[in-house]
Ligand binder design. Structure first.
Ligand SMILES: [Zn+2]
Length: 88
């Protein structure tokens, strides 16, 4: 998969900081046709230490307040967020 989400900068739903490096964005829908839910975005730090178990990436069900089927592991780039992987 080599997809870039054309999203403006999103903020981490846990700490409020802009996700400007790596992070996670929950999405509804199936692979390749995912509808991102930026409201539930997480920065990598919160994803690993606050929401997911220590040392593990969060699961879609760990993200509160959004209806997510999958969690997109993203990397911030100029044009948006590149999807590095998908977790469901
Ligand atoms: Zn955070």
């Amino acid at each position: 998969m080599d997809e870039v989400l054309a999203l403006p900068a999103v903020s981490c739903s846990n700490c409020g900081e802009e996700v400007n490096d790596g992070g996670y964005i929950p999405a509804a829908g199936a692979d390749g046709d995912a509808d991102p839910r930026p409201d539930g975005a997480l920065c990598t730090r919160c994803g690993f230490s606050e929401v997911g178990f220590a040392g593990c990436a969060p699961e879609p069900g760990d993200v509160e307040a959004v209806d997510a089927d999958v969690l997109l592991h993203v990397q911030r780039e100029e044009e948006g967020y590149r999807v590095l992987g998908t977790k469901d």
